[in-house]
Design a protein around this ligand. Structure first.
Ligand SMILES: *[C@@H]1O[C@H](CO)[C@@H](O)[C@H](O)[C@H]1NC(C)=O
Ligand SMILES: *[C@@H]1O[C@H](CO)[C@@H](O)[C@H](O)[C@H]1NC(C)=O
Length: 355
């Protein structure tokens, strides 16, 4: 072979390498969500508002937590699964040009007890359609096996009919974050929705590493915010010596914490690596704080008062409701469109203590 031919081969190889490099770089940019601080400070207010038990104030978006950055939110549907003490809503945020879906975290017991129970949650359910992907049945069921899912899906459809194909932003705090992740995945996989993004605050782990691979592939536009020493993101535990068997977080974590000393303390928002289990983020601290769990970006999360499932509504808003045989409620701005599926086949054993 003469020199010129070698040269050609070499040039060709370079081109291949360069274009492969470009391809990778492009995929890299495309693949990873960009953390947007402003958006986080807005979505956390939705995740906070959904905890409130005065359904009138929530439905009409006049609650104490409905003011700041979420002003002007157009509620479409408020879903109250009384049976399992779950709550969520779907509406349109015109300033974000997005449908916002928010889920409440746990309300049924003291947060301390709930967190302690998280240690013992098993990876006991195979996520349908994803070989080897295991999740905890309670988190899965809270979204998939209650009135929450049919309520959310019909409201999303309604919002799309009214406002067109907007971006969908799914959010939630604590267990509501776990539900947000399942909802985002559901919209993407089963409803073929485009443009879904998930942002959660202080959520627990929900599945194993096989689940995380699928999740990450399907829902790359996910940000999982953790705060300081918040205990919940540390649970159920991650066992680094059993990588195939353990719970595993999906990416991308953004860890809020403070660095510095004395009067020189300043806040940092660290965008973590793509593993989901970046050892230099929240995993670098022991994580034993409940108070860090209940405050993100200076916004209070959790119920008021904590730990009750009571609901409050006045006759005006009651007129918008549909109720099923179990007392579950859906409030819809467009009642004709509301489809509260009467879920007769729920497992009676999960009632009242879904996780
Ligand atoms: C961040 O989000 C806000 C609110 O949605 C938006 O106005 C802004 O353009 C976003 N910034 C970037 C860099 O995407
Ligand atoms: C959800 O409910 C259905 C109907 O009762 C049941 O067959 C299924 O096992 C439940 N799913 C899970 C994950 O428990």
């Amino acid at each position: 072979m003469d020199g010129r031919r070698w040269l050609k081969v070499a040039i060709l190889l370079c081109l291949v390498v360069v274009s492969a490099g470009r391809e990778l770089k492009f995929r890299h940019n495309h693949q990873f969500p960009i953390y947007n601080h402003t958006l986080a400070t807005i979505l956390v207010e939705y995740a906070s508002a959904v905890y409130l038990s005065d359904l009138t104030e929530l439905f009409t978006w006049t609650c104490s937590r409905c003011d700041g950055l979420t002003k002007g939110f157009e509620m479409i549907e408020l879903i109250v699964d009384v049976q399992h003490c779950l709550q969520g809503f779907v509406g349109v945020a015109k300033d974000l040009n997005a449908i916002v879906i928010a889920f409440r975290g746990t309300q049924e017991r003291s947060i301390q007890n709930w967190v302690e129970d998280l240690y013992w949650k098993q990876l006991d359910l195979n996520y349908p359609g994803m070989p080897d992907a295991m999740v905890h049945h309670g988190f899965y069921n809270a979204y998939h096996n209650t009135t929450v899912r049919p309520g959310v899906l019909s409201a999303v459809k309604e919002a799309q009919e009214l406002y067109g194909d907007l971006q969908i932003m799914v959010t939630g705090h604590s267990m509501g974050g776990a539900m947000a992740a399942f909802c985002g995945l559901d919209l993407m996989v089963n409803c073929k929705a485009q443009n879904v993004q998930v942002m959660t605050f202080g959520q627990p782990r929900v599945g194993n590493s096989a689940f995380v691979s699928y999740y990450n592939e399907l829902m790359p536009n996910t940000i999982r915010v953790t705060n300081g020493h918040d205990m919940v993101p540390h649970l159920p535990p991650y066992y680094s010596y059993f990588p195939q068997k353990t719970y595993h977080h999906f990416p991308r974590e953004v860890w809020l914490h403070s660095i510095g000393f004395g009067s020189l303390v300043y806040p940092v928002e660290k965008v973590c690596d793509g593993s989901g289990e970046d050892p230099t983020c929240s995993r670098s601290v022991s994580g034993k704080s409940i108070s860090d769990h209940l405050m993100y970006y200076g916004v209070k999360l959790g119920g008021d008062p904590e730990g009750t499932c009571r609901i409050v509504m006045d006759p005006h808003v009651a007129a918008y409701r549909t109720e099923d045989l179990s007392g579950n409620l859906v409030f819809s701005k467009y009642p004709s469109a509301s489809v509260l599926k009467i879920n007769t086949d729920l497992d009676p054993n999960v009632q009242g203590s879904i996780i």
